[in-house]
Write a protein that binds this ligand. Structure first.
Ligand code: GLV
Ligand code: MG
Length: 349
């Protein structure tokens, strides 16, 4: 037998570790805001940041210089101790499992602030074996430190092998929270010929047919990430966990960032990373449903109270399936409204 039987799957992996969740807790996570915790200036902004973002993430991995890794870990612990996070998620991105830092990242952080930590983001996940290792280690640490609720795992999908194993990763443990696409590492791993972090590329497109008059032909840019995002969404949703788009690197192009986030949102992602404060509002705008869409979706739900039959609304056919589509939008709007008074007013909720 190569997979665990259902009852075993939900048993704690260590004596004294908390019971794994059956369903991951419902939370609004439109943006995962990255903070480099080794910098005093950045740590000082956290109290104000907590009310503005859905998730605060202390980054310990890439972008933190090797000689500041310990400072980043200490800085994250200090931030976690010093603040009350309320409904805002507290996550950390630890170093990869083959690095010299990850063991201390996990042991020190769970010991110090394991009761406040919601999610560990694990980079460079290549297969279910990576999740199993972290799952077991977290269970040991939870048991040792008397952690009350399970610390969840969020995998970054950023290697070719990870993409090949995406379904097994999503199904690896009840501790899985979700997954983010990591376009920078993934591009490198696959040998994609782009130096960009997310977004399109001017050379990746479809050239229109030659014209009889010899006029110049248009190359229409295509989405480099479509296949991977769609594959990740299916793997996540099939397993009851959440898909996210990851980083968008060009801070000088907010329109391109918005377009990338929006494609991910439309394909099923629930959020994206914000690496720069300017990307927080972009994520808020994109990952909160549009007020017009919400109004129309509510019309559908109102017209079909039991979700069955067929009606016409504004010339458009509605049935059981579109009722479900409408429910996705309205459920999300209610979640957003509960957290954001301005949006509640816009939605009329
Ligand atoms: C994120 O970690 C990426 O590599 O894009
Ligand atoms: Mg990466």
């Amino acid at each position: 037998m190569s997979i665990k039987p259902p009852r075993k799957f939900f048993e704690p992996l260590a004596i004294g570790a908390p019971q794994p969740y059956r369903d991951i807790p419902v939370r609004l996570e439109r943006m995962i805001h990255f903070v480099p915790p080794h910098l005093d200036k950045m740590r000082a902004k956290i109290p104000e940041m907590i009310g503005q973002v859905d998730v605060v993430l202390g980054n310990l991995e890439d972008a933190i210089p090797a000689d500041r890794k310990e400072d980043a870990r200490r800085g994250f612990i200090a931030v976690a101790r010093a603040n009350a996070f309320g409904d805002t998620g507290l996550w950390t991105r630890v170093n990869s499992l083959n690095s010299p830092w990850v063991l201390d990242d996990l042991t020190e952080i769970v010991a110090a602030v394991g009761n406040k930590l919601d999610v560990v983001m694990l980079p460079k996940v290549e297969g279910p074996w990576d999740i199993h290792f972290l799952d077991q280690l977290l269970a040991q640490l939870e048991a040792r430190h008397g952690i009350a609720k399970p610390i969840l795992i969020h995998a970054i999908l950023e290697t070719a092998l990870g993409v090949a194993n995406v379904e097994a990763i999503a199904a690896a443990s009840p501790r899985m929270h979700g997954m983010s696409l990591g376009p920078a590492d993934l591009a490198a791993s696959r040998g994609m010929k782009t130096t960009r972090v997310g977004g399109g590329h001017p050379f990746y497109g479809v050239l229109e047919d030659a014209r009889a008059d010899g006029a110049p032909r248009m190359l229409t840019q295509q989405d480099l990430w479509h296949y991977t995002v769609a594959k990740m969404v299916d793997a996540c949703v099939a397993n009851g966990i959440r898909p996210f788009y990851g980083p968008f690197g060009d801070f000088s192009d907010p329109a391109a960032c918005e377009a990338q986030f929006r494609n991910a949102f439309l394909l099923g992602c629930v959020g994206a990373w914000s690496l720069h404060p300017s990307q927080i509002d972009i994520a808020k705008r994109v990952f909160s449903p549009d007020a017009e869409e919400v109004r129309f979706a509510r019309k559908i739900l109102d017209a079909m109270p039991d979700g069955s039959g067929a009606v016409m609304i504004d010339g458009k056919m509605q049935d059981d399936a579109t009722w479900k589509q409408a429910k996705v939008i309205v459920d999300l709007a209610r979640q957003v409204a509960a957290r954001d008074a301005d949006m509640a007013e816009k939605y009329g909720l």
